[in-house]
Design a protein around this ligand. Structure first.
Ligand SMILES: Cc1cn([C@H]2C[C@H](O)[C@@H](COP(=O)(O)OP(=O)(O)O[C@H]3O[C@H](C)C(=O)[C@H](O)[C@H]3O)O2)c(=O)[nH]c1=O
Length: 184
């Protein structure tokens, strides 16, 4: 597995070793021992999530904070997404900065998102299946969100925002300056 650093501390892109042959391919999609050896990331993941979406769906920006912060390991089983995080660690020198990466069934890249980031994605293909591991259980009481189109963030979602399919909840998320329960 190849580990790619990003400009945001702790945020990593993982490129698995794919074993191809005349039948197709095989790769280890998650190996806790290898992940810890290569990244120092030693937390076990406890909950797996899967979401299917159609083109132009935009989910996020969401986070869970204390007492149940969520780190996520995101990958795409079908289609292509533009996956985005925002650094919401108030003490971080990159607080309020965003970073995006294209994840797809084809590139098999994975996004390792530690605690302290709001997460969202926009679907670039006709449909997408996104699979992600979380290191903590879903806790609605600890959930927070940031408005996807916050002018202070100026996120490029790589889709036509006027055509975006967004939940009622996400259309009403607060601007980052008004978001609650952020990370220290
Ligand atoms: C997150 C979650 C949701 N739910 C239920 C709650 C709702 O009845 C339904 C859909 O939830 P929601 O609209 O919050 O789903 P997304 O908009 O895809 O939320 C996710 O979107 C962004 C991209 C994320 O990073 C988070 O993992 C997650 O918040 O599933 C559960 O039962 N368990 C869960 O862990």
């Amino acid at each position: 597995m190849n580990v790619i650093k990003t400009p945001l501390e702790g945020l990593l892109i993982l490129e698995p070793k794919v074993h191809g042959d005349d039948r197709g391919y095989f790769f280890e999609s998650y190996n806790m021992r290898q992940l810890e050896a290569l990244t120092g990331y030693d937390t076990a993941f406890r909950q797996d999530n899967q979401a299917r979406s159609v083109k132009n769906v935009l989910r996020g920006l969401h986070y869970q904070n204390h007492p149940t912060p969520q780190a996520k390991l995101i990958r795409v089983l079908e289609g292509r997404i533009w996956d985005v995080v925002v650094d919401i660690r108030k003490s971080s020198k990159t607080y309020g900065q965003w970073y995006g990466v294209e994840l797809s069934a084809e590139n098999k890249l994975q996004f390792l998102i530690p605690h302290g980031f709001a997460h969202g994605y926009a679907v670039l293909s006709e449909t997408s299946e996104v699979f992600y591991k979380c290191d903590n259980f879903y806790d609605k009481a600890a959930e927070g969100g940031v408005y996807f189109n916050d002018p202070a963030l100026a996120i490029d979602w790589k889709i036509d925002i006027s055509k975006a399919i967004i939940s009622e909840k996400d259309q009403k998320q607060p601007l980052l300056k008004d978001a609650v329960n952020l990370y220290e």
